[in-house]
Design a protein around this ligand. Sequence first.
Ligand code: TUI
Length: 314
Amino acid sequence: MKSKICDILGIKYPVFQGAMAWIADASLASAVSNAGGLGIIAAGNAPADFVRGEIRKAKELTDKPFGVNVMLQSPFADEVVDAICEEKVKVVTTGAGNPGKYLAKLAENGVTVIPVVASVALAKRMEKMGVNAVIAEGMESGGHIGKLTTMALVPQVVDAVNIPVLAAGGIADSRGVNAAFMLGADGVQVGTRFLSAYECTVHQNYKAKILKAKDIDTVITGAITGHPVRVLKNKLTNAYLAIEKEETGKANPDLEKLETLGAGALRKAVVEGDVDNGSVMSGQIAGLVKKEESCSDIILDLVKDLDKIYEIIK
Ligand code: TUI
């Protein structure tokens, strides 16, 4: 038995690399694709020309399929979708919203579309609108998150739709992969573990903070603004959460103070390596990530028991 998602995309292993904003560039995505998974370039909040540049670099670095993630809250989302179609990217994932308005254009251009969903309702709506698969992402994930855990979300989405479902959130080794298949998933998306990859160009301080992280080291900021984001605890999150506490319950909470504190924080950590005052997005599973490795070794470790799992679930 093979994963349906491998057949749809023409990839060897049913492992997607999570689209970490500012981090998942052509270097990481092409290394994952070359290793048999699906590498994904994160558009994040970047303008289309930057994304186009990464797509062209990835085409030089791999002849395997790779994807681009459209962050739907980006002010550049429209132009990024145009660039994706012009560059004939084969696979698009979306995050942090409902991609409905882009689906017709992407389908016309032959792009396989796989949105991230955080609820059964959105998964069903997406299936009706013709997407090829969905990624059910639990709140164990790093970055922008929904409300449900992977354990609760994945089987409910699997039962609600007839398209392949990938599981994301809290998966960093073969035990997590096996568990995801037992929940009915047809593949997985892994973010945090790839932060430790040699081919991941994130600042060394960020990598070191991930490698040192313990199980209880992440916190959720932004609950009050309606944009909850999971990050590793640091000076920035202490200041941020103190303001959140002060403002919670007020008739007119001063959200601007929080926005000012958060502005540019991800870049500060990823590019400048300021892991005290920057935003170090990470999943709850960071405590399992212990050493730097190649993307190829990471993928082979993730899928090492899959043949046994296929036997069990067939
Ligand atoms: O998108 C993500 N994770 C991200 S995006 C990101 S970039 C960023 N930078 C600074 C501040 C905020 C974001 C960092 N991490 N994951 C995919 C994801 N999508 N998780 C949850 C969702 C989601 C949630 C609700 C998708 C759809 C949704 O509902 C939309 C609707 O209208 O029903």
